[in-house]
Design a protein around this ligand. Structure first.
Ligand code: FES
Length: 128
């Protein structure tokens, strides 16, 4: 178990390997997941205060690049809880005025996760 602290909400025990977007929702926050956890909508965006993983799926790296937000935020649907983390969800159904947060993300990370150190993904992209 790891401690997940959600700014302004509290600290919760989370089972290792839980998808972060689902963990945040399980803690009572209506974090966005409008694409159902497919790394395409970016509504599951969070800022890390502590415990940010230094690996990233290729899908997250690509999407954050597309919207010019690398280094500014992470996508909670592309992260599993594997350490203590402190995060701030940046888009919720309530603050966006949505009827619901979106389709339920599956238990496992989708698309099929391809995790690499961020520095490696950056370097690969620079070579392209
Ligand atoms: S990008 Fe849509 S839920 Fe994460």
């Amino acid at each position: 178990m790891y401690e997940l602290t959600i700014k302004g909400v509290g600290t919760f025990e989370v089972e290792e390997g839980t998808r972060l977007v689902r963990a945040i929702e399980d803690c009572g926050v209506d974090i966005g997941h409008r694409c159902g956890g497919q790394a395409s909508c970016t509504t599951c965006r969070v800022q890390f205060a502590e415990g940010e993983p230094n690996v990233m799926t290729k899908a997250e790296h690509s999407k954050l690049g597309d919207i010019g937000q690398r280094g500014e935020m992470r996508l909670a649907c592309q992260i599993v809880v594997d350490r203590d983390m402190t995060v701030e969800p940046l888009m919720t159904a309530e603050d966006q005025g949505w009827d619901d947060a979106g389709p339920e993300p599956s238990i496992t990370v989708e698309p099929e996760p391809d995790w690499h150190p961020i520095s490696v993904l950056d370097a690969d992209e620079a070579e392209e």
